[in-house]
Write a new protein. Structure first.
Length: 457
């Protein structure tokens, strides 16, 4: 893998990372066995010695505690009384990420461990000196990066060091209200293009129910279509200049505006104002399908928050070119890191070691798939569905999970945060009718090229 910065394609690769930091002096836990229900229960670690000092690690992540993190922490704490972990959720939005970064830069209630969601987030935090390098800590606990995760799935930063380990393998998918699909007389797609997607959205559009939608904080069709066309460094061309004026970017933006203007999709401005989410719009019957990822299954099963009776079916991500199999929304996520200012880095690494090997099996029922190559895939599928067979189309879910995909990567894109901001600003002008598509693409291109050129000086 190239030792280069990985940049994020905004709203596409839903990657997430937790920064965990620990302390020296804690006793090391041994790998534990999984319980009969699939949750990982670590074997008891050695009793504290006179020289060891009990510590408490603060662990921040964006997933609600009831969706797996609390169970994982509880399992660890039962077996490791000398290294206690406390989980705190921060909301993965602009204000939530600012709260995390403010805490990381302060000495007041700062987390030892945290998750970052997106390459842009971890890049910013490493550049700003918030994250501890992991290489020496990894060597201390004997964590086999290649054997467990695969070195090709983790980037090293320009200094040649690791600053995170990915704990979740995202699998992108289109989730569809099967009752709406049956009503329209349509079958679950198994291989399709974005034109097919738009055609189906129009057929599923009925009354107050829109054919599709996008969570404006997490996705849009411009970047999705672009990435299915060019999964490697989608924001730039082979010569390093901006790729924002590409035919696939134009197609994606025009696709979204066409769906919005025809009433098949809620307008971007309304989605932003209403803080619309994939799970709420799909599971309340306000949208028939969403192009998101498997992790939404945790909301499908949460009938207390989202009461519904219809089944949700799963289809692969639509493609720019028929026959391709790029998994937009997929890839490694939940970037687990350690606070550079933590006094408990050794203890934090022991927790990460356990979490990556077995602890994150507790996250499966919430829709997160472990990156551990040795994890039991049959058990993962079983845990994902649980007792919700009536709410989940099992055959379509298994088909998507078992697919062989090309996952997007952005190892060489310069100034990813700046490019993402430029894209968002110009995309919004287009969707709000402030400028036409050609002006939008030309401005995106010129502004981005200037930002890239400036970064190379």
């Amino acid at each position: 893998m190239k030792k280069a910065w990985v940049s994020a394609t905004t709203g596409i690769i839903l990657a997430v990372s937790m920064v965990l930091s620990g302390c020296s002096g804690g006793t090391e836990s041994k790998p534990g066995a999984s319980s009969t229900d699939g949750s990982a229960k670590p074997t008891e670690s050695a009793k504290p010695t006179e020289s060891s000092k009990p510590v408490t690690l603060k662990f921040w992540g964006g997933v609600p505690p009831e969706s797996g993190p609390q169970e994982a922490v509880d399992n660890w704490n039962k077996a490791n009384p000398n290294i206690k972990v406390e989980y705190t959720r921060y909301v993965n939005d602009d204000s939530g990420n600012l709260k995390l970064e403010t805490a990381l830069l302060s000495n007041s209630d700062a987390p030892d461990l945290f998750m970052s969601y997106g390459d842009d987030k971890i890049t910013k935090r490493v550049q700003s000196g918030m994250v501890a390098p992991l290489d020496e800590l990894i060597a201390k606990v004997g964590f086999d990066v290649n054997g467990i995760i695969g070195t090709e799935n983790i980037r090293k930063f320009p200094d040649g060091k690791y600053y995170y380990l990915p704990a979740n393998k995202n699998v992108g998918a289109v989730l569809i209200n099967k009752s709406a699909l049956d009503e329209a007389g349509e079958k679950i797609p198994t291989a399709w293009t974005w034109d097919d997607f738009a055609a189906l959205a129009k057929k599923l559009n009925k009354g107050e129910r829109k054919g599709t939608m996008h969570d404006p904080a997490l996705g849009n069709f411009g970047t999705q279509v672009l990435t299915t066309d060019k999964p490697v460094d989608p924001f730039i061309t082979a010569d390093g200049s901006s790729n924002f004026n590409s035919a696939s970017m134009k197609k994606g933006l025009e696709l979204q505006k066409s769906l919005e203007d025809s009433g098949v999709m809620v307008k971007y401005s309304e989605a932003v104002a209403g803080k619309m989410t994939y799970q709420n719009e799909l599971l309340t019957g306000k949208a028939a399908m969403v192009s998101a990822a498997i992790y939404l299954i945790r909301y499908v099963k949460d009938t207390k928050s989202f009461p519904h009776e219809f089944q949700v079916a799963f289809a692969p991500v639509p493609q720019y070119k028929a026959g391709d199999n790029v998994n937009v929304g997929g890839g490694m996520g939940d970037y687990m890191s350690i606070n550079k200012n933590s006094a408990n880095k050794d203890a934090a690494m022991k927790f990460i070691d356990w979490y990556m090997k077995e602890g994150n099996m507790s996250m499966v029922t919430g829709g997160r798939i472990p990156t551990n190559k040795k994890a039991d895939q049959a058990k993962i599928a079983q845990l994902l569905i649980g007792d919700s067979d009536k709410l989940i189309d099992k055959a379509s879910l298994q088909a998507v999970l078992s697919g062989s995909y090309t996952f997007p990567t952005s190892y060489n894109v310069p100034v990813p945060v700046e490019l993402g901001t430029i894209y968002k600003e110009e995309m919004e002008k287009y969707l709000l009718n402030a400028q036409n598509i050609d002006k939008t693409l030309d401005t995106m291109k010129s502004r981005s090229d200037a930002a890239i050129k400036s970064a190379k000086k």
